[in-house]
Design a protein around this ligand. Sequence first.
Ligand code: HEM
Length: 488
Amino acid sequence: MTPEPISPAGTDAPLTAPPPGCPAHGVGVGGLRRLYGPGAENLEALYEELRAEHGPVAPALLHDDVPIWVVLGHSENMQLLRSPSHYSRDTRLWTPMLDGAVRPDHPLMPHLAWQPLCCYAEGDEHLRLRGAVGGAISTIDHRGIRRHINRATQHLVNKFCERGEADLVSQFAERLPMMVMCEILGMPEEYNDRLVAAARDLPKGTETAIESNAYIMDVLTRLTVRRRAALEDDFTSHLINHPAGLNDEEVSQHLRLILIVAYESTANLLANVLRVVLTDPRFRAQLNGGQMTVPQAVEQSMWDEPPFSTVLGYFAKQDAELGGQRIRKGDGLLMGIAPGNVDPRVRPDTKANMQGNRSHLAFSGGPHECPGQDIGRAIADVGVDALLTRLPDAELAIDEDELEWQESISNRHLVTLPVQFAPKSQQDVMAPPAHRTPSQRSSDWQISSPPPQAAAPEPSVPAPAPTPEPIRQPAGLFQRLLRWWRGD
Ligand code: HEM
């Protein structure tokens, strides 16, 4: 099909009538589909309708009927991310922002309000800020962090293991990333329920978000002042000490960015991976049979349920063409992680296993590609593995179709993940993990699916990475123990 050359920024081109069959309530100004409200309850389905109607780049509407291009194609998303001369993350370039169509109380303002942070900067300023963040991330001791993730998991599991039941979202997935990030930033003593609640609250833009933000900023400003006075060997000290010379305001604001991005993404990832491990017979069987490692399950989840489903947004610095659409200077584009990951040109069969293929869009790409991905992966890999080791018989306490999801433009996440298991005694958090033996395994964990078939990637998709060593075979127990002690 040839998509209409529409400018969602409304600069000059005509807008189309509502597409046939569209529920009228899901259609806004100019007949464009709304990504919010009635008719947009299932964004995954809506993106597929847009793909069918317009191709890999589709015009749509954000809240208050503010126009946006949705980038649905895998290669179009890569083109967007890798063309910093054409597209920027600077929201101040966006026409609806400049002409006041995006009002200060717009529900997506937490994602849109420009701030002097690396995620909105470009060119030399991006290099300076990102250089400092990347430099500080590179000093993180990965072995030590993996050991800490394991201990933090033991600590969390100890809190509910004797009860024989737990909600793995609120009691595990929403807590482990905060414990780990507090350790990384250099403030393990600040980890508490209030910090978890504030981090969960903040990106939602709810009434309490201002209070939550004030609490988090108070904690991070105090940390910055303490470390400026006396440096230690932690992320915050390395950020302060980086030759880029960040001032205290820049340091504390970047600590906030990292805490929130890392927390939200990794909490979603942990919940998604645990849900898949508990409910998908393919994963359970393959994990049990030693064919599918936890890192592979994590990577598959990045394709199927990326922790962030979109990035809002990228903004055109000049007129351009993308996916057959004419993009005008000042137009906004929603980078489509979830729809790009299921682009039929990359994944003709979305049920096919993507083992070893890391070319998903979960961490974005180009100059703003997530610099913390190894940390996010480590929290999920080690956390899920350690939890399954402690609770090998954990199973979903409700029917799978009773699970509830909360969906927004930026992400789709589980509300709860109730599990039950035979009560277990507490374990010394400093002790090495007690690994499962074959007899401890749940008897229903059978190999019930055919061997995984990797989807045929497009030529532009990188070749599969080498398959990691399987970790769930009793023969590898000693090596695992050794690796654990070494912190690998
Ligand atoms: C599974 C976990 C994670 C996922 C899926 C994820 C995903 C993302 C995505 C999609 C972006 C936006 C890129 C763009 O603007 O195009 C991003 C940016 C960023 N992430 Fe992550 N992230 C994760 C974990 C982390 C962690 C653990 C850290 C810190 C230790 C981190 C630090 C950052 C920073 C600083 C940026 C801004 C980079 C820039 O604009 O230059 N992320 N992440």
